[in-house]
Design a binder for this molecule. Structure first.
Ligand code: CS2
Length: 474
C-alpha cells in the first residue's frame, strides 16, 4: 500500500500565507483552475492569498481533504500522457451548513479581500432568461428571513453587512461561473437581495464593492473512483480527492478589484483586461454551446463521453457545422481568430485522456441553454439546423427516456416541470412555453424549426439525424 499524501505534505506552520481569499463552492473545477493560478501567483510574487474554501452543501470534500492537510494532486491528462503536481494552497475548509456563523465570520475578517465563487449557474438563484433575482427561490425566501444563510447570495450580503457594521471595506466579489456578464449578474442579484434587507446597505455595496467579470476555461471532469488508482499509480501516493484536468487553461479577468488588492495574476498568464464580454461570449457559445449540443446528442446516440462522441467522424463534422452557425454572429475578442479557436476546441474534445461524461455536461440544461445556444439562435434568426437539433436533443433528453426506452437520470432544478412538458401531447410547444428558459419572442421564432428537428430526431434517432443534418447542409 502506498504512502498517503499527508505523509508528504508537511504543514509548514508559521510559513503559511494568511488567508486572503474565501472561495464559495469547492468543486473540482476551482481546485483545478483558480486554486492553481493563486498558488502560482503567490509562488511568483508572494502575498497573503491563502484560500479558505467553503462547501455550501455537503461535508464530503472537507472530510476527504482534511486528513491530507487540504492538499491534493492535480493530474494533467494530455494526449501524450499524465503529469501530476501537488496543490497546497487551501488553508482550511468550512462546511457551511454545519456552522453558517463561522463562515460569515471568516468572510467578515478584514484580511479577506476577495470572495470568489464557483457555485454553478443555479447558485445565483436568478431567472436565467432575465438575470433578475428569483425572490420565490426557497433559499432566497429563507435567507431574507434569517440571519444565517443557505445560499451563496445570502452569505455574500450578510457578510458584507457585518463588514459595514464593523467599518471594514467590502471584499471583491469574483464570479468564476460560466454565465454571460457574470460580474454584472452577481452584482444585480446581490444588490436586489441587499435592497430587500436594507436600502442603505445596498447603496454602500453598490458604491464600494467590486464585481469584476471573468471568463474561466479548463475542462475538468468530475473525479471518478478509478481516477484514485490512476493518480496513485503515477505518483506512488494515495490521494482521497485528486482532480483530473486537461493541459489547456485560460482565465480572463476584468481588472477591477477593491483597492486594487489581488494576487499577481498577470505574472502567471491570467489575462487582465478592461472588457471581458467578448471573451466570455466566445467561450460560452463556442465551447459550452457545442459541449452541451454534443452532450445531448452524444448521450442519445449511446456515447459515454465527449471524446467518444467526437471520435465518430460525423459528430466531429457536426461540431464543425455548429461552429459554422455560431461564428457569423459572434464578434471575436481583439486578436483572436475564431477558426483557429474552433480547431483548438475540437482537439481538446478529442483528448482521449479526458473522460468527460455527456451525462455530466447534460446536467442543468435549463440553466445553461439560454447563454450557450439560444442567444446564437436568436441572433442568427433561427437559421441554425445544427443548434436546433441540439435543442431538440435536450427536449428528448429531459423526457427521461432514451432512444431504447431506458431511463435517463435527469439532473436539473426544473426537472419535474420539464419532465411533465416533455411527456405531454405537444412536447415542443410545452417546453418552448417554459419562460425561465425561452422568452415568448424566441419561442415564436424557433417554433417551426424545432418542430422539424424534434420530429427528425424522433423518427431517425440521434446518429442518423446528425448525419442527415450534415448532408443537408454540406
Ligand atoms: C461544461 C463545462 O459541464 C459543463 O457544462 O460545458 O464545465 C466546461 O467543461 C467548462 O466550462 C470548460 O471551461
Amino acid at each position: 500500500m502506498e504512502a498517503g499524501l499527508q505523509d508528504r505534505v508537511t504543514r509548514r506552520a508559521g510559513l503559511r500565507p494568511a488567508v486572503g481569499i474565501v472561495h464559495l463552492g469547492l468543486g473540482a473545477f476551482f481546485r483545478a483552475h483558480g486554486a492553481i493560478y493563486v498558488a502560482e501567483a503567490m509562488a511568483a510574487s508572494g502575498g497573503d492569498w491563502g484560500i479558505l474554501a467553503a462547501s455550501l452543501q455537503s461535508a464530503g470534500m472537507r472530510d476527504r481533504l482534511a486528513p491530507q492537510g487540504f492538499a491534493y494532486t492535480a493530474l494533467e491528462a494530455g494526449p501524450k500522457g499524465d503529469t501530476a503536481q501537488i496543490v497546497d494552497v487551501i488553508e482550511n475548509i468550512l462546511v457551511a451548513p454545519e456552522d453558517p456563523a463561522a463562515l460569515l465570520a471568516a468572510m467578515a475578517d478584514p484580511a479577506v479581500r476577495i470572495v470568489s465563487l464557483t457555485v454553478t449557474e443555479k447558485g445565483y438563484c436568478h431567472l436565467p432568461a432575465s438575470g433578475a433575482l428569483n425572490f420565490d427561490h426557497p433559499d432566497i425566501v429563507q435567507d431574507l428571513a434569517n440571519p444565517l444563510p443557505r445560499s451563496a447570495i445570502g452569505y455574500l450580503v450578510r457578510a458584507l453587512a457585518l463588514r459595514r457594521q464593523a467599518g471594514v471595506a467590502p471584499f471583491t466579489l469574483l464570479s468564476c461561473d460560466n454565465l454571460p456578464h457574470n460580474g454584472a449578474v452577481l452584482r444585480g442579484v446581490v444588490l436586489q437581495f441587499a435592497r430587500a434587507l436594507d436600502a442603505d446597505l445596498a447603496d454602500w455595496i453598490a458604491q464600494n464593492a467590486r464585481f469584476p467579470a471573468t471568463m474561466v476555461d479548463r475542462i475538468v471532469p468530475a473525479t471518478k473512483p478509478e481516477d484514485l488508482d490512476r493518480v496513485a499509480r503515477l505518483t506512488g501516493l494515495s490521494d482521497a480527492a485528486p482532480v483530473i484536468h486537461e493541459p489547456f487553461r485560460q482565465w480572463v479577468i476584468e481588472d477591477d478589484f477593491v483597492g486594487g488588492a489581488r494576487p499577481d495574476f498577470a505574472a502567471v498568464g491570467v489575462q487582465m483586461v478592461r472588457h471581458v464580454a467578448p471573451f466570455e461570449l466566445m467561450k460560452l457559445r463556442m465551447l459550452n454551446g457545442t459541449h452541451s449540443a454534443l452532450a445531448y446528442l452524444g448521450y442519445l446516440a449511446g456515447f459515454e463521453t465527449i471524446s467518444d462522441t467526437v471520435a465518430n467522424p460525423d459528430f466531429a463534422a457536426f461540431a464543425q457545422l455548429l461552429w459554422a452557425e455560431i461564428t457569423p454572429v459572434l464578434t471575436p475578442p481583439q486578436g483572436v481568430e475564431l477558426q483557429a479557436y474552433a480547431a483548438a476546441l475540437l482537439a481538446r474534445y478529442q483528448n482521449p485522456a479526458i473522460r468527460h461524461r455527456c451525462w455530466q455536461i447534460a446536467m442543468d440544461g435549463s440553466q445553461k441553454l439560454p447563454q450557450r445556444i439560444l442567444g446564437t439562435m436568436a441572433e442568427a434568426k433561427g437559421d441554425c439546423p445544427g443548434l436546433a437539433l441540439a435543442v431538440a436533443g435536450w427536449m428528448r433528453y429531459v423526457s427521461g427516456r432514451d432512444e431504447a426506452g431506458a431511463a435517463i437520470e435527469v439532473k436539473d432544478p426544473m426537472a419535474a416541470a420539464l419532465h411533465l412538458a416533455a411527456n405531454s401531447a405537444d412536447p415542443v410547444g410545452a417546453l418552448l412555453a417554459q419562460r425561465a428558459v425561452f422568452s415568448a419572442a424566441q419561442a415564436a421564432q424557433i417554433d417551426p424549426i424545432l418542430r422539424r428537428s424534434y420530429a427528425q430526431l424522433h423518427r431517425l434517432g440521434a446518429r442518423t439525424a446528425v448525419t442527415q443534418t450534415l448532408t443537408r447542409n454540406s
